[in-house]
Design a protein around this ligand. Structure first.
Ligand code: HEM
Length: 307
């Protein structure tokens, strides 16, 4: 029996570290992940060191992560001076003309942000997509048919997916969009008004901080018929009619999530391997909760069987 969220957190972390630093899963990546778990816990604590244990733990974990990643960046700079290049995100940052102008501190800060921002978000969407598919056998069967067709065109079972395969998964994309619409882990985003803003007869004064609740439009029946129902087919007929500022799981404007395509690719590849190789059933009853953040109460444990 596997709590699927736990598995997915491990997969997503390993994938992100691989993309950023070319590191394969090992003791070091696992201890880094444990520190990230503590940092993530600190998000939901009162930020007063004298009274909050989890806040203190998160600060200490962040220091350890920074120390560890600083060594990696230093080491990589040295290797690059000797002409060694790696095809990963850190390599790209250091390769850029501006690479030498970025201090190690700035680069480490960027790596920490990418790991934090991409880790739980994608894992949570993966977990919830499995839950929704389990509860919607017709959607699961349609998605499986799409993925089996792609697998059948491959020479052997281990042949990896390529970009064109990812682009031939229209129904899988509908499932991912619908999962993000119904249960995005990011409930909203902060913005500061740069001028007075008129909205529905109200004035939000210049300089105010506002919280834009992404779930608001996603759950509005005016834009999405029976908005509380998981219905991936709505994206086949309604996608073009949905105004761009209504479906915003990745935010929008200049701060749009830079990982939006990467997370869709990760979820698609995960679903491909899951449905083409395994069947599963829920181990316990579980339900979606929205507080303190979106997820399932019990991390969605399932029994998995290889086909
Ligand atoms: C299902 C997965 C994901 C969801 C739902 C998601 C959602 C979001 C949202 C709503 C924002 C705020 C955008 C705004 O303020 O307008 C954001 C920002 C960000 N995301 Fe994601 N994200 C996901 C995956 C990822 C991944 C895989 C990465 C990178 C590995 C990533 C990196 C970032 C970064 C660095 C920011 C800050 C951008 C900035 O402030 O300029 N995200 N994400």
């Amino acid at each position: 029996m596997i709590p699927i969220l736990v598995l997915q957190l491990q997969i997503t972390f390993a994938l992100t570290v691989k993309l950023l630093l070319s590191s394969d899963p090992c003791e070091w990546t696992e201890s880094l992940r444990q520190e990230f778990l503590l940092i993530a816990e600190g998000f939901w604590s009162i930020p007063i060191p004298s009274i909050s244990i989890s806040y203190n733990r998160a600060i200490k974990a962040k220091e350890k992560v920074v120390e560890s990643l600083s060594l990696v960046v230093e080491e990589r700079r040295r290797a690059m001076e000797e002409g060694e290049r790696k095809n990963d995100v850190l390599g790209a940052i250091l390769d850029e003309k501006a690479g030498n102008e970025h201090s190690n501190e700035m680069i480490v800060d960027l790596l920490v942000s990418l790991l934090l921002a991409g880790y739980e978000t994608t894992s949570s969407a993966m977990t919830l997509s499995v839950k929704f598919l389990t509860e919607n056998p017709r959607a699961l069967s349609e998605l499986k048919e799409e993925q089996d067709k792609i697998r059948a065109q491959k020479g052997d079972d281990n042949e990896p997916l390529v970009w064109n395969d990812y682009k031939s998964m229209p129904f899988t994309q509908c499932v991912i969009s619908e999962t993000l619409r119904v249960s995005n882990i990011v409930g909203g985003i902060f913005r500061r008004t740069l001028s007075d803003v008129q909205l529905n007869g109200y004035t939000i004064p210049k300089g105010w901080k506002i919280f834009a609740a992404l779930r608001g439009p996603h759950m509005n029946d005016e834009y999405f018929k029976d908005a509380r129902t998981f219905n991936p087919w709505r994206w086949q007929s309604d996608a073009e009619k949905t105004p761009a500022n209504v479906f915003i799981p990745f935010g929008g404007g200049p701060r749009l999530c830079p990982g939006y395509e990467l997370s869709r690719v990760s979820i698609s590849v995960f679903l491909h391997h899951l449905v083409t190789n395994y069947s599963w059933e829920p181990a316990e009853k579980d339900k979606v909760v929205f507080f303190p953040f979106t997820g399932t109460q019990k991390r969605y444990p399932i029994y998995v069987k290889r086909n």
